[in-house]
Design a protein around this ligand. Structure first.
Ligand SMILES: NC(=O)c1ccc[n+]([C@@H]2O[C@H](COP(=O)([O-])OP(=O)(O)OC[C@H]3O[C@@H](n4cnc5c(N)ncnc54)[C@H](OP(=O)(O)O)[C@@H]3O)[C@@H](O)[C@H]2O)c1
Length: 279
């Protein structure tokens, strides 16, 4: 029996995926009435934990886990927390579970709820390798389980790093749409061309030179200098000022280039910004 604690969109998707793969699931949510058909509904989180060996936690953050599992007996249970939080909070969550006699795994679900349980789904896990291996087959039901290391905070560090890319990209798309809209261009038109820009980013990421440069291989790049890209970043900021739209995002990006230029990287490629971002 697997327990699922938390039935937001993600917890419900995990429950449905587990049921579809033939697992018995007992589910609990603070607000009742959210369990997918086929799950056993537990009266309390403590009851759900008692009925299961593996407890999947899918809550807003780890503070919510402390609330939800405060009265649960965790001795000999494996608690896999697949919710989002910082690496430090994740290590605290591991210590909290282990102090109560349980075993802890941290996980970051790298796909949106509708993709959970499909071939495209994958989840990053960290914590004890032995605990991970004991539950790999059950965990496979929600997505390909990928173990990243013993430090429980590592999967959340990576989760937040990927979400850093994702959230910044989404804000960039909306900011660009607002800039285009200020000139009367509809989102439907803007987004059509923006997809080409996203593909360009994808091709830059696919170039092995990018990793080499970030890993310390130098920033020589005759085609995309920090001077040229920095001038463009300043133009994006000025155009946003002219349009009267929000300036926080272009200000941040212009500041990366301005500081890289001040540090002497004008003739280096744009990857020189990593020296500023690392601090
Ligand atoms: N949705 C996605 O596509 C997605 C993708 C990847 C990762 N994630 C991560 O998965 C986790 C769950 O996401 P979600 O989309 O299901 O929605 P969510 O809004 O982050 O989580 C909602 C769940 O948390 C519960 N909750 C919040 N505070 C609580 C507390 N103090 N005590 C008990 N329960 C509490 C809610 O209970 P009530 O129903 O009673 O409010 C609900 O079950 C998050 O950490 C999210 O970042 C989500």
């Amino acid at each position: 029996m697997i327990a699922v604690i938390g039935l937001g969109p993600m917890g419900r998707a995990m429950t449905s995926a587990l049921l579809a793969k033939g697992h018995a699931v007992t589910a609990w949510n603070r607000t009742p009435g959210k369990a997918p058909a086929g799950a056993t509904v537990a009266e309390s989180a403590a009851d759900a934990v008692q009925a299961a060996d593996l407890v999947l936690v899918s809550l807003t953050d780890h503070g919510a886990m402390f609330d939800a599992l405060a009265g649960a007996r965790l001795v000999s249970k494996t608690v896999a927390n697949l919710g989002s939080d910082t690496p430090v909070r994740t290590r605290e969550a591991a210590a909290w579970v282990e102090a109560r006699g349980g075993r802890f795994l941290a996980g970051g679900v790298m796909v949106p709820a509708p993709v959970v349980g499909t071939e495209a789904s994958f989840v990053l896990y960290s914590g004890s390798r032995g605990v991970f291996e004991a539950h790999t087959e059950a965990l496979r039901a929600i997505g390909d389980p990928r173990y990243v290391g013993e430090d429980p905070g590592l999967s959340q560090l990576l989760y937040q790093a990927y979400l850093d890319v994702f959230l910044t990209a989404l804000s960039g798309v909306l900011h660009g749409a607002a800039l285009a809209e200020s000139g009367g261009v509809r989102a439907s038109t803007f987004l059509r061309e923006a997809r080409g820009i996203v593909q360009l980013v994808d091709s830059i990421l696919s170039d092995p030179q990018l990793a080499r440069r970030i890993e310390g291989g130098g920033h020589a790049d005759a085609l995309a200098s920090t001077r040229m890209m920095g001038a463009t970043a300043a133009h994006v900021l000025s155009a946003s000022q002219e349009a009267g739209i929000d300036l926080e995002l272009p200000r941040a990006i212009e500041s990366h280039y301005a500081r890289a230029l001040a540090a002497g990287h004008a003739n280096d490629g744009w990857t020189s910004l990593i020296e500023i971002l690392r601090r």
